[in-house]
Design a protein around this ligand. Structure first.
Ligand code: ATP
Length: 316
C-alpha cells in the first residue's frame, strides 16, 4: 500500500515525532510512504516527497513540523479537494494520515468521501479535540507557559504586583487551567470558567491590605483585553497589575518527553489501523490507551468540562 502523511493547521511540538513514527511503522509493514509538504496546500499543488528510514532520523528533538504546515481555506471547496484527490490517486496513494486540529479533520473527512482512506492524529497545543485526553504539543506548550509564569512570579514578587498572563487555547481552557495549577495562580479565567471581576477585585484589595507580595492570574486568549483588565484591577483594588501576552512562543521549542511519546504512539497506531483496513477515524489517547473514533463522533461535539476545575476552589 502507498500512504501519505501531512501536517495541517497550527504547528505543534511533537508533530515530527508523529511523522517519524508514521514513516517507520509504514516501512515496518512494507508500505511506501510520502510526506506532503505544507498541508492541504501541498496536496493541491502535488508537492510530495518519498520518505525512507533516514529521512526522518534526528527529528524527535525538533519542534515544529519538518513537512511544513499551512492553512488553505479553499479546501472547503469540493472542486479543490477533487484536484488534491486526483494528485494522490495518480501516484497510486490510497491512504492519507492528517496530523492537525479539528479543521484539518474536516478536510480529512471530506477527502474520505472522495475515496481516500483517511486517519486523523490530534496535533495542536490547544488540547481542544474531543475523543482524546491529550493532543500532541499540549504538554510542551504547558511546560513553556509554566516556565514563563515562574519567571513572572519572581519579578512580580520583587515589585509587589499582580501578573496577568494570557495563554493560547482557543475554545479550550486546558492550557490556562493546567498552567494555572502548576504556577499557583490565584485566578484562572477560561471559556469554561469565565471571569468574576468583582471577586478578583475583592481578593486583590485583601492582598493589598495584608501586604501580600504577588498574585498570578492566567487567562485563555480571546476572553477580553488583558491590558485593560490589568488597568481596571490596578485602579479598583490598588494592587498594581501588569499583563503579559505569551503569544507564539508557546508553539515552539523542543518537544517534552510526553509529546515525543504521544506522537510516536499515535503515528504508529494510525498505521496499525490502516494495516487492518480501518479508516475514516481519528486517533486518541484515553486513560493512557490508544483509541480511535469515527471523525463524525468527534467533530461538532462539546468537550466535557475538565475534572480539574473543582480543585480550584480548594487550592487556589
Ligand atoms: P489548529 O487547532 O492548530 O488551528 P486546525 O486543523 O483546526 O488546527 P484550521 O485552520 O481550522 O486548523 O484547519 C486547517 C485546514 O484544514 C484549513 O486551512 C483547511 O485547509 C482545512 N479545513 C478546515 N475546515 C475545513 C472544512 N470544513 N472542509 C474542508 N477542509 C477544511
Amino acid at each position: 500500500m502507498k500512504i501519505a502523511v501531512l501536517t495541517s493547521g497550527g504547528d505543534a511540538p511533537g508533530m515530527n515525532a508523529a511523522i517519524r513514527a508514521v514513516v517507520r511503522a509504514s516501512l515496518h509493514y512494507g508500505f511506501e510512504v510520502y510526506g506532503v509538504l505544507d498541508g492541504y496546500k501541498g496536496l493541491l499543488e502535488d508537492r510530495m516527497i518519498l520518505l525512507n528510514h533516514d529521512a526522518v532520523s534526528g527529528l524527535l528533538t525538533k519542534g515544529g513540523t519538518f513537512l511544513g504546515t499551512a492553512r488553505l481555506p479553499e479546501f472547503k471547496d469540493e472542486a479543490v479537494r477533487e484536484v488534491a484527490c486526483k494528485n494522490l490517486k495518480e501516484r497510486g496513494i490510497e491512504a492519507l494520515i492528517v496530523i492537525g486540529g479539528d479543521g484539518s479533520y474536516r478536510g480529512a473527512l471530506a477527502l474520505g468521501k472522495l475515496g481516500i482512506k483517511c486517519i486523523g492524529i490530534p496535533g495542536t497545543i490547544d488540547n481542544d479535540i474531543v475523543g482524546t485526553d491529550f493532543t500532541i504539543g499540549f504538554n510542551t506548550a504547558l511546560t513553556t507557559i509554566v516556565d514563563a509564569i515562574d519567571k513572572l512570579r519572581d519579578t512580580s514578587t520583587s515589585h509587589q504586583r499582580c501578573s496577568i498572563v494570557e495563554v493560547m487555547g482557543r475554545r479550550s481552557g486546558d492550557l490556562a487551567l493546567y498552567a494555572g495549577i502548576c504556577g499557583g495562580a490565584e485566578f484562572i479565567i477560561t471559556p469554561e470558567n469565565p471571569i468574576n471581576k468583582k471577586k478578583i477585585i475583592e481578593r486583590m484589595k485583601e492582598f493589598k491590605e495584608t501586604n501580600r507580595r504577588h498574585a498570578i492570574i492566567v487567562v485563555t486568549e480571546n476572553q477580553f483585553n488583558v491590558h485593560e483588565l490589568a488597568k481596571e484591577i490596578t485602579e479598583a483594588s490598588g494592587f498594581a497589575s501588569r499583563a503579559t501576552v505569551l503569544g507564539y512562543i508557546q508553539r515552539g521549542g523542543q518537544p517534552v518527553p510526553e509529546d515525543r511519546i504521544l506522537g510516536s504512539r499515535m503515528g504508529s497506531y494510525a498505521v496499525d489501523l490502516l494495516s487492518q483496513n480501518i479508516y475514516g477515524c481519528c486517533v486518541g489517547i484515553r486513560d493512557s490507551r490508544m483509541i480511535h473514533l469515527p471523525f463524525v463522533n468527534v467533530l461538532d461535539q462539546e468537550r466535557p468540562k475538565n475534572d480539574l476545575y473543582p480543585l480550584l476552589d480548594k487550592i487556589s
